[in-house]
Design a protein around this ligand. Structure first.
Ligand code: ATP
Length: 880
């Protein structure tokens, strides 16, 4: 049954693959033989790698090797370090990289490229890691029919697919009753959100939902709304996600989905006032402006906009096709909101706040010539915004500029937050202060609105049914390096925050897949022979860069020398920036100076470099594979919350429009004062309540009080990591085949099934840097050399005693370890394939079932005798 299933799936992926895989001609067999006789190598060069044959030559100096390059016929003498041993052709498209006989970087790249050429975009890199390469085109591998094929399968029976790793999480959750999580990693545009959605869809479709609380239709509506409010166009991705979400699917005893919860973290809220070439603000702004019609347009005061009325943040949509697309999308947003039970009234209120944001963007600020105080440059636009928000121009002027509309200060007015110049105001162009106040208001309003929308989405997915365990799926804005898509101006502070998050997630990958297994082997006294190269921690540990970004001063270090003192005092970039922002007389230059005072030593030269441009520096991210040029312009300002942003909450809560204030009072809940909104929306979630670190870490901490964006970012990421650590983690490493894979609309780069054009579509150096940055070789090697699957001895004995011919009812035994060792001896398994520790470590799954993998599993699978296979299959048959 399983073989049939695999064939069907593979055939969906590529007919040619199937033909090649099975139809082994005489010619093929002859080629394989020749290959084994020759010493085939990968010759690595700047633009990729190519196959070569080693020419034995005793006269070649040591450290060099003579090769014949098969493609060009050249004979070269090259460094030994420039070649890696190749695998025979039958390994070309193995489903799991741990099955490669010769595991090295070129062989991994070759496998990924070969598979990609046949639209096989998924590859396992270990038992908990799946690599997915963005196909840049829709593939027919996601459907209800394909879901039904994966449903109920065990990990070892499934070909690599986003559904298979989702099924493993579901199966793990059901069998252990422990929370599981799926974490999506990768560069911007690599496909994280797309895979995240396919995974959620699988988990809902395969399990089914109690009382239809979570349905596929609702999910589609959910993505539409979230995407419109939280995504925008960037130079790297035409539809880039600008927030982190923890999507929790909660299950009951019987494995049905009972509810779902979205928790939003780290929304790039400044995006609403950002002006960048070739980038846009959140999609919803343009779509509302182009799409809203008739009476509603009038009610939103958008009907009589003057053509002379420029908006300071949102440029008009000029292209006809774009306008049309925005109109269609807006209709989709409204119908999605209907599906999610967001009432017409609530929709109107949401659009009213959006329109107010637009009008305020038109209002602008200027200094009144008479008294040198700020006032609205376009009072009509300000009036429209106030009408929609249920406030008055006087009140808003007082909040923004500390004055009434005519520039007069009301005698009894409370002191406005922006009137007292903070240290960070110093050195800024005073002209900008008025606009900064407006920016703060827009950021605050949008942030509150986004929380409100998420609250309403959560309302639609919640239920009071008791849940047993959950699967958490985490999607984030990807790694940002705008220079890779042509922006030379340097990355921004927001980019740094996104990249910091990606570094922390990669560090989590490192701990889970490289540190924790070794610790476990040591604890269990299990001896494993590792290649020395994978112990090369110094150059392949994300902790170094993470430390440079977020380490705290070490008060506990014993200070015996100046060097110790310097080391103890060394703080991460985020802390330095935070401190610099409150020092009198500081500016972006002094921040850069301080950064280099702390990190100009030799140990950090590989991580941080000076750049020639003004206030520019280079950080070598992801183990040096991704150097990003940053321009620290306005960073001091970005690192502090704009005080007016908080005032926006009060504008909404105290609106004279009762419905509006009621909506936002409901969203905030009684007594909630958290600004960032990160704890909002989790009230109904049992899983996120279980993961109580979120509440503790995100709520009421010092960073919030200090209004420090830097520290809020650090502590929020701490909370996210802590939450994930409590679950059984699986990773989806998403990769880009070329830099601009997500810059165009889907479908424009459709891969041909014949594998032609692969070299044009696949940028091998780019793939190499992603494979290195994601530590794929190290983690796959550890997985291959180690014993990644383990179960407690007692459980193993109970589950598999039948294999050794023991059919008695199993009870506790005095010496579990001895009992299991005896059992393994009867089974006559190769000793290299398992270890008995405190629990049983095993190299390949004990329950083995044949399929396409048979040839690829290589030596290990052949150690199983036919007799054992048939026993295992028989037991599987009984169990399923
Ligand atoms: N599995 C897939 N099948 C088809 N198209 C895909 C797939 N994965 C990604 N794409 C295409 O690539 C584009 C970018 O993907 P996506 O937005 O999911 O990337 P991302 O990693 O989430 O980016 P960001 O980090 O910027 O949010 C999608 O709009 C889609 O066109």
């Amino acid at each position: 049954m399983q073989i049939l299933f695999k064939n069907y799936l593979v055939s969906l992926m590529s007919i040619e693959y199937l033909a090649e895989h099975y139809a082994k001609t005489e010619e093929h067999l002859e080629k394989e033989k020749q290959w084994l006789e020759n010493e085939k190598l990968w010759f690595m060069h700047r633009s990729g790698f190519t196959i070569a044959t080693k020419i034995p030559d005793e006269n070649v100096e040591s450290g060099k090797v003579k090769i014949y390059v098969d493609q060009t016929g050249e004979i070269l003498t090259v460094d030994e370090d420039d070649v890696e041993v190749a695998n025979p052709p039958q390994f070309d498209r193995v489903e799991d990289l741990t099955h490669l006989r010769r595991l090295n970087e070129s062989s991994i790249l070759h496998t990924l490229r070969q598979r990609f050429a046949f639209n096989l975009i998924h590859t396992y890199a270990s038992n908990s890691t799946l690599i997915v390469i963005n196909p840049m085109a829709p593939l027919a591998i996601y459907s209800e029919k394909v879901v039904s094929l994966f449903k109920g399968c065990k990990s070892e029976d499934m070909p690599p697919h986003i559904y298979s790793i989702s099924q493993s999480s579901y199966h793990g959750m059901l069998s252990s009753r422990r929370d599981q999580s799926l974490l999506f990693l990768g560069r911007s545009g690599s496909g994280k959100t797309t895979n995240f959605r396919h995974a959620v869809q699988y988990l809902v479709t395969a399990a089914g939902s109690l009382n239809k609380v979570v349905t596929v239709e609702k999910l589609a509506a959910l993505w539409t709304v979230l995407e419109n409010f939280g995504n925008c166009k960037t130079v790297l991705n035409a539809n880039a996600t600008r927030f982190t979400q923890i999507f929790s699917l909660d299950y009951d005893q019987s494995g049905l989905v009972t509810s779902a919860t979205i928790q939003i973290l780290l929304l790039e809220k400044n995006r609403i006032v950002k002006k960048l070439d070739n980038e846009t603000t959140f999609h919803i702004m343009q779509r509302l402006l182009c799409g809203v019609e008739g009476r509603l347009r009038k009610e939103l005061l958008l009907d009589n906009l003057s053509v002379n009325e420029a908006n300071h943040f949102i440029p008009p949509v000029l292209k006809h096709e774009e306008r049309q697309r925005s109109q269609t999308e807006f209709i989709k947003v409204c119908s999605s909101m209907n599906i999610l039970g967001i009432t017409e009234m609530e929709q109107k209120l949401i659009f009213a706040v959006l329109s107010a944001i637009y009008h305020l963007g038109c209002a602008g600020a200027v200094k009144a010539p008479s008294n040198n105080r700020y006032q609205f440059a376009n009072p009509q636009a300000a009036q429209r915004a106030c009408t929609l928000l249920g406030t008055t121009v006087e009140e808003l002027s007082r909040i923004l500029f500390g004055t009434g509309s005519g520039g007069m200060v009301t005698p009894n007015a409370p002191r406005a937050p922006f009137r007292t110049p903070s240290p960070i105001d110093k050195g800024f162009d005073r002209e900008a202060v008025g606009m900064e106040a407006i920016e703060g208001m827009l950021v605050g309003l949008y942030s509150e609105l986004f929380n409100c929308v998420v609250h309403l989405l959560n309302r639609s997915l919640s239920s009071s049914t008791h849940t047993v365990a959950s699967v958490l799926l985490v999607d984030t804005p990807g790694f940002q390096n705008p220079a890779t898509c042509g922006r030379q101006a340097g990355a921004s502070f927001d980019d740094l925050c996104h990249n910091y998050l990606q570094e922390r997630l990669q560090l989590l990958f490192h701990h889970t897949n490289l540190v924790a297994p070794k610790d476990r082997y040591a604890q269990e006294n299990v001896e494993v022979d590792f290649d020395s190269s994978d112990n090369d921690e110094a150059c392949s540990n994300p902790a170094l860069l993470v430390g440079l970004l977020d380490r705290t001063a070490q008060n506990s270090v014993l200070r015996t020398s100046y060097a110790d003192l310097h080391e103890a005092d060394r703080r991460g970039l985020l802390w330095l920036l935070d401190e610099e922002a409150i020092y009198p007389g500081s500016n972006d230059e002094t921040f850069i100076e301080r950064l280099f005072t702390h990190y100009s030593d030799r140990d950090h030269q590989l991580l941080l470099r000076k750049a020639p441009g003004n206030n520019q520096f280079m950080l070598h991210h992801l183990q040096g594979t991704n150097p990003v040029l940053y321009t620290a312009k306005g960073w001091l300002k970005c690192s502090r919350e704009n005080p007016i942003a908080r005032a926006a909450t009060n504008v909404l809560l105290e609106s004279t429009k009762e419905d509006l204030s009621k909506l936002f009072v409901n969203v905030r809940g009684l007594g909630s004062t958290t600004f960032s909104g990160s704890t909002l929306g989790i009230d109904g979630s049992q899983s996120l309540k279980r993961a109580s670190s979120i509440r503790r870490t995100f709520g009421g901490n010092a960073a919030m009080k200090r209004k420090s964006v830097c520290l809020q970012t650090k502590f929020t990421v701490d909370g996210l990591i802590e939450t994930l650590r409590r679950t059984k983690l699986r990773f989806v490493q998403c990769m880009l085949p070329c830099h601009d894979a997500a810059c165009n609309d889907a479908g424009s780069n459709l891969l041909k099934n014949d594998g032609q054009g692969i070299n044009d579509l696949m940028n091998v150096p780019l793939l190499r840097s992603q494979v290195r940055g994601a530590q794929i070789l190290d983690s796959t090697r550890l997985n291959k050399q180690g014993f990644p699957n383990f179960i407690p001895l007692g459980e193993f004995r109970r589950r598999f005693r039948l294999l050794s011919g023991d059919s008695k009812v199993s009870g506790p035994v005095l010496d579990e370890r001895k009992a299991v060792e005896d059992m393994m001896q009867t089974l006559d398994l190769a000793l290299t394939s398992y270890r008995v520790g405190l629990s049983l470590e095993r190299r390949v799954p004990i329950i083995y079932c044949g399929g396409l993998d048979t040839c690829a599993t290589g030596r290990d699978s052949r150690t199983y005798s036919k007799e054992i296979k048939s026993k295992v299959n028989f037991i599987q048959f009984l169990c399923t």
